[in-house]
Design a protein around this ligand. Structure first.
Ligand code: ADP
Ligand code: ASP
Ligand code: MG
Length: 418
């Protein structure tokens, strides 16, 4: 990191909800920023809403409108971050620094118009650069932007990570530091498995898989941005006086000689499984089933179609649990009568567990080890999907914790002294 060097750097620091959860935490962030400023660095700080605030605002919106209007929901939930940028700028001034806050719209973080899950299209970093040159700390609201028509937008839950990496990319910052409530990326969520071990580094590809398979320590889009623009990205604790090195997301695999075969285990409790049974086995069926689902803007994750027997087959896929009811309705009311399927059944008490590691490319037997480990615990695998560097299984939600623990152990991921 930059603590021991004399080189002046441009650093983006992103602080998550717990890290700015109270006035004391905000003052603490200001003190940390002051340390970096004292070393001569230029600092852009991206902040989330105070912890719990975004949930509170969503609940408030739902009290008025159970299915909130997407545009107006973004107007409501983008206020959380507006509070923290103002408060942090005040705290920085109390530290004797010059600071200036920017909402997403003020910074011209232009997004598409997909309310509640907008994507950043461009950032006008001119004013920010001028502020930095004039020795100001720039405090930027995470999670929000503005579309071309001037509508406020938000970037999806956890989206402040993406604001952080995007501004780091736009400014060609030397490093983007994600400060959070854990001191790095672990072999699995340390709240689920206390024996989990912090990784000194993780490859970009592995981080991408971990994030997309449920590890919420980084929002997936932030990792995608880091990959696209080669942003040096590091995860650190905001709670330690000396946060150490945290976890660096690396782009080269060659310095990983002792690379473990499996780097981590990700999980996701939000999966719901749907099966359309007795589907006629003929061309176009997958499209006729999934077309209406995707027209309703429901994302589909794992998909399995069985081999047809006697002209009919079963078709299963998973969706986010929040969209289970909506998806079931579409399938029962529109799809089933239309294609003449026998029945539509669903289970929203499922979970997905995935093992991730680039070492899988050069090692065989990972899948069988995973399946054996789960079989020994009597855990039934409902769906399986693999890619070059990950294996995912869908299981009954009640076995999730057990599955993660036994796999973590079986692949030798614990701390050395555990
Ligand atoms: P923030 O509010 O700072 O953005 P998040 O709650 O979004 O923080 O992300 C941090 C949390 O991610 C941790 O508290 C931890 O429970 C969870 N997490 C899940 N998987 C991992 C992992 N592999 N390594 C570290 N943390 C993880
Ligand atoms: N405040 C937003 C959320 O809770 C964005 C973030 O924290 O990254 O999802
Ligand atoms: Mg987060």
């Amino acid at each position: 990191m930059f603590e021991d060097t004399q080189i002046v750097a441009l650093i983006v620091q992103k602080y998550g909800g717990t890290s700015v959860g109270t006035p004391e935490r905000i003052k603490h962030v200001a003190q940390r920023v002051a340390k970096f400023k004292a070393q001569g660095h230029q600092v852009v700080v991206v902040v989330s809403a105070m912890s719990g605030e975004t949930n509170r605002l969503i609940a408030l919106a739902k009290e008025i409108q159970p299915n909130p209007d997407p545009r107006e929901l973004d107007v409501v939930i983008s206020t959380g971050e507006q509070v923290t940028i103002g408060l942090l700028s005040m705290a920085l001034k109390q530290e004797g620094l010059q600071a200036r806050s920017y909402t997403g719209a003020q910074a011209q973080i232009v997004t598409d118009s997909a309310f509640n899950k907008a994507r950043i299209v461009s950032i006008d970093e001119e004013n920010i650069r001028t502020d930095l040159e004039n020795d100001k700390v720039v405090v930027l609201a995470g999670f929000q932007g503005v579309d071309e028509k001037g509508n406020l937008t938000t970037l999806g839950r956890g989206g402040s990570d993406t604001t952080g990496v995007a501004i780091a990319a736009a400014l060609r910052a030397d490093e983007c530091q994600i400060y959070t409530d854990v001191d790095g990326v672990y072999t699995t969520d340390p709240r689920m498995v206390p024996e989990a071990r912090r990784l000194k580094s993780i490859t970009f590809e592995e981080m991408l898989e971990m994030a997309s398979l449920g590890s919420k320590v980084l929002q997936i889009r932030s990792v995608e941005f880091a990959g696209k623009y080669k942003v040096r990205l590091r995860v650190l604790s905001s709670f330690l006086d000396d946060p150490g090195e945290g976890t660096l997301i690396t782009f080269e695999e060659d310095n990983k000689m002792e690379q473990a075969i499996i780097s981590g285990i990700a999980f996701n409790r939000d999966e719901a499984k749907i099966t359309v049974r007795g589907v006629p086995d003929k061309p176009g069926i997958a499209y006729q089933i999934l077309g209406p689902v995707s027209d309703a803007n429901i994302d589909v994750d794992m998909i399995i179609q069985n081999v047809g027997v006697d002209g009919s087959t079963d078709f299963s896929f998973t969706v986010h649990r929040n969209e289970f009811t909506k998806a079931m309705e579409i399938l029962k009311n529109q799809v089933q009568p239309h294609i003449g399927a026998r029945e539509v059944i669903g289970d929203d008490k499922t979970a997905k567990v995935s093992v991730v590691g680039v070492g899988m490319r050069s090692h065989v037997g990972i899948a069988s080890k995973m399946f054996r480990t789960l079989a020994e615990e009597g855990i039934n695998l409902q769906m399986i999907s693999t890619s070059e560097i990950k294996i995912s299984v869908v299981i009954d939600e009640k076995y999730l914790e057990l599955a993660v623990r036994v796999l973590h152990k079986a692949f030798g991921l614990e701390q050395e002294d555990a």
